[in-house]
Design a protein around this ligand. Structure first.
Ligand code: CP3
Length: 355
């Protein structure tokens, strides 16, 4: 395997010294780039793009050609697991994800298979292998999955949701059925992430996009417990290097201590959290990733640079911070904004890392 030319993302996640703060952007491959839209049109639809290793590799690399990013993220989706379980995923034009079949009863849960990562999900592992080869050691590759709770919301609701009434009804009326589903998902995610690591992912991230809709006393039981189980089952070292694990719960600011206690290496923060406060609470245990509001990328250059500067100052001196957006980049941000953002982080962070 080629030596990594730029490992500051991996080093920052392990709180090892770096020369400047590394940065990548959630959803950095996507529709805000015209070249992404062109490649997707070539593939047909979104899932065909995910299933084609060469095209998935191409869109993974597109943002790296434009911006000085410190990591690549696998081009895929969190909904590949429920799709591989047989629920029939589709993305209608201009719409969110939809499942042909949903999970409602204990029998539905009992009938769900645990997908074989080198079987039904082999296309994801092929994309990982292809991307890793084509990256040629420039920057590390991030693998990812959804959290069991977040995947379950899509499987029970049948797609995106605002009020989460079906899954909350299950939570309060049939908690055992939901726990059985979450256990099956935790096992599936562990196998899936370990296969991504074996295929070449150099760090992994779990997206718990909907953990923040849970009541404060339900989050540990219905989301965090299962992410903890996954962290316990992951391969933590490969190719002679640590494989850092990042947990990101959107709206998870209430639970940072509990998230950090799972044994993960880093905690992702959304923009509702003050990063100085987060560091004081959990910075002795984990690295932090985040946390600029993605909407700041609509602002003029000076305002973007000011926000970057404030977040860097909030974290303060030393390693342990991976700069990112607090959630995915919006589709309609000006093409030049990410460059202003990324370059400002590299330029303004150097004096926080002087020996
Ligand atoms: O650079 C990258 O991050 C690309 C890889 C990636 C995608 N989805 C591609 C994608 C990643 C890491 C995801 C994660 C994902 N998918 C999450 C967790 C992160 C988050 O945003 O909270 C979630 C909740 C999903 C589920 C999902 N996938 C939804 C709700 C949608 C439709 C909404 C939308 O943004 O269009 C998708 C589709 C999707 N996944 C697209 C991309 C680039 C857009 C599809 C298209 O090209 O039309």
């Amino acid at each position: 395997m080629t030596e990594l030319k730029n490992d500051r993302y991996l080093r920052a996640l392990l709180r090892e010294p770096v020369d400047m703060t590394p940065v990548w952007m959630m959803r950095q491959a996507g529709r805000y780039l015209p070249e992404y839209k062109a490649t997707r049109a070539q593939a047909g639809d979104f899932m065909s793009l995910c299933r084609n290793a060469d095209l998935a590799c191409e869109v993974t690399l597109q943002p790296l050609r434009r911006y000085d990013l410190d990591a690549a993220i696998l081009f895929s989706d969190i909904l590949t697991i429920p799709d591989a379980m047989g629920l029939g995923l589709s993305f209608g034009a201009g719409e969110g994800p939809k499942f042909a079949r949903t999970i409602q009863t204990k029998a539905d849960v009992d009938n769900l298979p645990i997908p074989d990562p080198e079987g039904e999900l082999q296309y994801v592992m092929n994309a990982v292998r292809t991307i890793r080869r084509e990256l040629k050691g420039e920057v590390p590759l991030i693998g990812f999955s959804g959290s069991p709770w977040t995947l379950a919301t899509y499987m029970v609701e049948g797609g995106s949701s605002k009020a989460f009434t079906k899954i909350k009804k299950m939570l309060y009326s049939e908690p055992k059925v939901l726990n059985a589903l979450l256990n099956k998902l935790a096992d599936s995610v562990t196998l899936y992430l370990n296969a991504q690591i074996k295929a070449g992912a150099q760090s992994v991230m779990i997206f718990d996009t909907w953990g923040g809709v849970l009541a404060h006393h339900d989050y540990p039981q219905f989301s965090l417990q299962y992410m903890h189980k996954i962290v316990d089952g992951l391969i933590r070292e490969n190719e002679g290097r640590k494989v850092p694990v990042t947990l990101f719960t959107k709206g998870g600011g209430l639970w940072l201590e509990a998230i950090a206690d799972t044994g993960c290496d880093a905690v992702g923060l959304d923009w509702t959290v003050d990063i100085a406060n987060a560091r004081a609470r959990v910075g002795h245990k984990v690295a932090l990733q985040g946390n600029m509001d993605p909407s700041v990328l609509y602002a003029p250059a000076e305002r973007i640079e000011q926000e970057v500067s404030d977040i860097l100052a909030g974290f303060g001196n030393g390693s342990g911070h991976v700069f990112n957006l607090g959630h995915g980049i919006h589709q309609d941000v000006p093409e030049e904004s990410p460059k202003i953002f990324v370059d400002a982080i590299h330029r303004l962070s150097q004096h926080y890392h002087e020996k």
